[in-house]
Design a protein around this ligand. Structure first.
Ligand SMILES: Nc1ncnc2c1ncn2[C@@H]1O[C@H](COP(=O)(O)OP(=O)(O)OP(=O)(O)O)[C@@H](O)[C@H]1O
Length: 790
């Protein structure tokens, strides 16, 4: 029957974004056009779900008759055209809703999507963008020249007898129309989408193509039955023909549910006349029970992945892992659940707001969807990305969101989900180390976040964290503790957010620990230091920042007496240097001491237990920028550091000798020599700061001093000034020149520029040289030996 309007047509213009989107769909997504069926079925499923949910609070909209999606193919009489009709008996739309929902785009991210798709058609066509955005209804135009949407909204008290309207749009128009359906009211309620297929899209009239597509994309995307209208031939005896309800459509539960035809004896056939008739049949395409209700032993990985994609509409990356389990909510209410770890975190995971709304959990009761809206902060941020289906045997269905949030079963479900996420990761860590390395790339920092914010699960999340150390690429804290040396009473670490692991491994603070064979965690993530401060200990062993005072190797007790004697000797020997340097380093460090932590480096600056390491100081300076608050405290903490000297370094020995040679109080002072020595000390202190990751107090001063020391070592006069005269710029000239005059003029001879004239290369010569030299250009054979001179 004709769907075209007879009267009272309302014409509308598409919103400009829709026009752009339709253009992208029509022009660049040809190779992905199969997606149209998935999109339309998913819309039909949403409409059915909406009807059921609305009926919880408004009984008028639905009388409980079965909800389903049907697909019909209609072949054109000439064999070169056809229609595909997808119908649902869901919530339906009024003509105004059709114009609004199908004529405007209200999706977040539309502008970015359109800009990206227009800028790089490949990224759209490789499928990622379609998945990320979801083209929805507009994907119809991939296969159809003309689309009709007929719809009857659900009955309400205000609108007890809703009429059927049609929305019509062709692929090359920038407007669409809505009008009363010329066929009258053919639908009881819901929406029927008729696609007038393009001549090159007639394959979608083939039932096997439709069935394949549903199996591939949509078998899991609808929790409502999807039926395909089929007609099949049946042979019946002529007498019984009248009994077969030809037009009366029958719904069977399975496509394979063939009618049972009993074998008829040869002798009988001769007597009874046979006739072939067409029987209408609705084949149930998604007859399998929902995946989560099935036995996990009979589900393949591919099925799990397809279900994930269809249910959570994530076509960007495969799910990394899943956990299919059942549980008990107490008082006899059991549930089945299927939880997925996505292959990627949501794009805004680290940038989004502090509060996290969990939208990836589909709460169901007896296979029926209830809600995905579990409110803000239902799960801690670290777990908010999880995708899960929770299907309970029994729960109060007509609960409002507020009562939902207070329900104890939600808290129980939450605990079960968190437990299962951790269990899933732990299992990968134990059984599949290579895969766990991949997991780390996506979730490594998430584990740290969880260990900080989720006190209840912190102990289970910490073992999932991996650190690089000076000895291996990756270790857990448990493995570190197993590997510790006899007597070791601290877990050593150095931390510098933003630095590479390899440069941290070369840190002055790691050198002795490394040389002695101790393992040091190399922390490069800003969350690392936060977490260690938060934990303070692991398995009872405290963390020790190797850049801070308080480092103990753990074997100090051995040879204690010898060590004491050595320390006393050093203190006495280096006493003069320590006292003198302390004066030089005033305001920068609190003390100067002989160090036990250095091997090759002459000195280092170490933070006190309560002071700032270079890493923390940088973070504090960045946060304190422009703020005067707490400045005094910041300054105090900043100065809580110690300059440590390596007594075995020749440089320190040399400095000691020079300090010892300085004249005593009653001797004549050589001011110049003393200044020189102070300058060396100052460079040494600044060098120690830089080596230890701190900034020098005044980098200009530092470089001037380095300059002076260089001059001295080269025997150049320290005071001889550098000739600083330069050619001044011409006077002010406000005249704007012609654009071409701003182009630099090249000298063709000097620049050797060649110009093609008459296809032959030539050199342009200045007029003055034209009659003085002659240049012949000869093309060289490919194998001509090339010399530098040439
Ligand atoms: N079969 C239908 N029944 C009722 N309303 C529908 C139907 N199909 C589409 N709509 C309405 O039209 C709107 C736009 O549909 P469209 O497919 O373009 O986007 P969407 O479904 O909102 O998003 P997406 O497809 O990305 O999930 C839907 O939100 C819905 O309100």
């Amino acid at each position: 029957q004709d769907l075209n309007p007879e009267a009272s047509v309302e014409k509308h213009h598409y919103q400009s974004d829709i026009a752009r989107l339709r253009k992208i769909v029509i022009n660049s997504l040809y190779s992905h056009r199969d997606v149209f069926l998935r999109e339309l079925i998913s819309n039909a499923n949403d409409a059915l779900e909406k009807l059921r949910l609305t009926s919880l609070t408004n009984k008028d909209v639905w009388d409980g008759t079965p909800l389903n999606i049907t697909i019909r193919t209609v072949n054109g009489e000439d064999g070169t055209s056809g229609r595909l009709v997808i119908t649902d008996n869901g919530i339906g739309m009024t003509p105004e809703e059709m114009a609004r929902n199908l004529g405007t785009l209200a999706k977040s991210g539309t502008a970015e999507f359109l800009a990206q798709a227009e800028g790089s058609p490949e990224s759209t066509t490789n499928g990622h963008l379609i998945g990320a955005f979801g083209l929805g209804f507009y994907s119809s135009f991939l296969v159809a020249d003309q689309v009709y949407v007929a719809s009857v909204p659900a009955k309400t008290l205000e609108n007890p007898n809703p009429q059927q309207y049609t929305f019509s749009s062709s692929s090359d128009d920038n407007d669409f129309a809505t009008y009363p359906d010329p066929r009258g009211k053919t639908l009881e309620r819901g929406t029927e989408i008729t696609l007038v297929l393009k001549p090159d899209a007639l394959e979608y009239l083939e039932h096997h193509t439709v069935i394949e597509l549903i199996n591939k994309h949509s078998v899991f995307s609808s929790s409502f039955p999807i039926y395909l209208f089929q007609q099949r031939e049946e042979e019946v005896s002529e007498e019984s023909v009248t009994d077969i309800p030809v037009d009366n459509e029958r719904v069977t539960e399975n496509a394979e549910d063939e009618a049972v035809i009993e074998e008829v004896e040869e002798s009988q056939t001769k007597e009874t006349k046979k006739k072939t008739i067409l029987v209408d049949d609705w084949a149930h395409l998604n007859a399998q029970p929902p995946l989560w209700t099935r036995d996990s032993k009979n589900i393949t990985s591919i099925e799990y992945q397809l279900f994930y994609q269809a249910t959570f509409r994530d076509f960007k990356a495969q799910s990394l892992a899943w956990n299919h389990f059942s549980g008990d909510l107490g008082s006899g209410v059991s549930f089945r659940a299927l939880l997925y770890i996505p292959g990627k975190l949501p794009d805004d995971f680290w940038h989004g707001s502090q509060t996290t709304s969990t939208t990836g959990i589909r709460l169901m009761v007896k296979r029926t969807f209830i809600t995905s809206d579990l409110g803000e902060d239902y799960l801690p941020k670290w777990a908010s990305w999880v995708k899960a289906i929770i299907d309970a045997d029994d729960l109060p269905l007509n609960v409002s969101r507020e009562t939902l949030q207070n329900a104890s079963f939600l808290r129980q479900i939450k605990q079960a989900i968190l437990k299962r996420i951790i269990q899933t990761f732990t299992k990968i860590a134990e059984d599949e180390p290579d895969k766990f390395a991949e997991v780390q790339k996506v979730y490594g920092t998430v584990f740290k976040l969880g260990a900080v914010e989720d006190a209840k699960n912190s102990d289970k999340l910490v073992p999932l964290i991996r650190y690089a150390t000076n000895q291996r690429n990756s270790t857990s804290l448990d493995e570190y503790v197993e590997n510790k040396k006899a007597g070791q009473k601290q877990i050593f670490y150095v931390s510098d957010a933003g630095k590479s692991v390899s440069s941290l491994a070369k840190s002055v603070f790691v050198e002795k620990l490394h040389a002695r064979g101790y393992e040091v965690l190399l922390l490069t993530d800003p969350l690392d230091e936060v977490l260690l401060h938060h934990l303070r200990k692991w398995k009872g062993i405290p963390f020790q920042d190797a850049a801070k005072v308080g480092l103990l190797f753990g074997d100090e007790e051995i040879d204690l007496e010898e060590e004491r004697i050595r320390q006393a000797e050093n203190k006495e020997k280096f006493g003069p240097l320590l006292n003198w340097l302390k004066k030089q380093a005033e305001g920068i460090v609190r003390d100067v001491i002989i160090s036990d932590r250095l091997v090759t480096s002459p000195c280092a600056v170490v933070a006190d237990a309560g002071g700032y390491t270079a890493n923390v100081q940088r973070i504090m300076s960045a946060t304190n920028k422009g703020q005067q608050t707490n400045n005094a405290m910041f300054e105090f903490a900043r100065r809580q550091k110690v300059l440590e000297l390596n007594p075995r370094s020749p440089l320190i020995e040399g400095l000691l000798r020079r300090v010892e040679q300085l004249p005593g109080e009653d001797e004549e002072v050589d001011l110049e020599a003393e200044d020189e020595l102070k300058e060396v000390a100052s460079i040494l202190i600044d060098g120690a700061l830089v080596r230890s990751g701190f900034e020098v107090p005044d980098s200009d001063e530092f470089l001037v001093r380095v300059d002076r020391v260089l001059r001295r070592s080269l025997g150049v006069s320290e005071t001889a000034p550098t000739d600083t005269t330069v050619k001044p710029a011409p006077p002010v000239d406000p005249v704007i020149l012609d654009e071409s005059e701003y182009e630099p003029k090249l000298d063709p001879v000097v620049d050797g520029s060649l110009e093609q004239a008459d296809d032959k290369p030539s050199v342009i010569l200045p007029d003055a040289l034209k009659d003085k030299i002659q240049i012949d250009i000869e093309e060289l054979a490919d194998d001509f030996p090339i010399h530098d001179e040439l």
